[in-house]
Write a protein that binds this ligand. Sequence first.
Ligand code: DQA
Length: 144
Amino acid sequence: MKILVINGPNLNMLGIREPELYGRTTYAVLCALIEDHAEKIGVEVELYQSNHEGDLVDKIQEAYGEVDGIVINPGAYTHTSVAILDALKAVSIPAVEVHISEVDKREGFRQISYVRLACIATITGHGIDGYLEAMELLRERYAG
Ligand code: DQA
């Protein structure tokens, strides 16, 4: 099984940006943790990060027929992007939405998620463990 982990804008700044909200783990360390976890649970993983909405749409389209599950933290595009929602719907790959912070308890605009409409589950407020939990969820579903 292959899982694609997609991170949207500003997630490359993890460890630096608002550590009280997003913690002190850097993006590089997050990638290493995800790769270790993939090995542990026996899945292949690919990591992708972009600050650009169209690039995220392109990556989701390219995943068609190539990956079995998507873990996606679209960052701020969560709350605005119909294009990312449509891309996820277009490829119909099981996807799990992850947010490091508890978006549903933050500003009103963060409580809206377009992307959620195309996801089989959402994990919020579990910090970076949320990515690992999402991978497990996709693996369990794939195994049937
Ligand atoms: C985030 C929450 C979003 O509202 C924010 O724009 C982010 C990170 C999270 O992981 O908690 O960039 O997706």
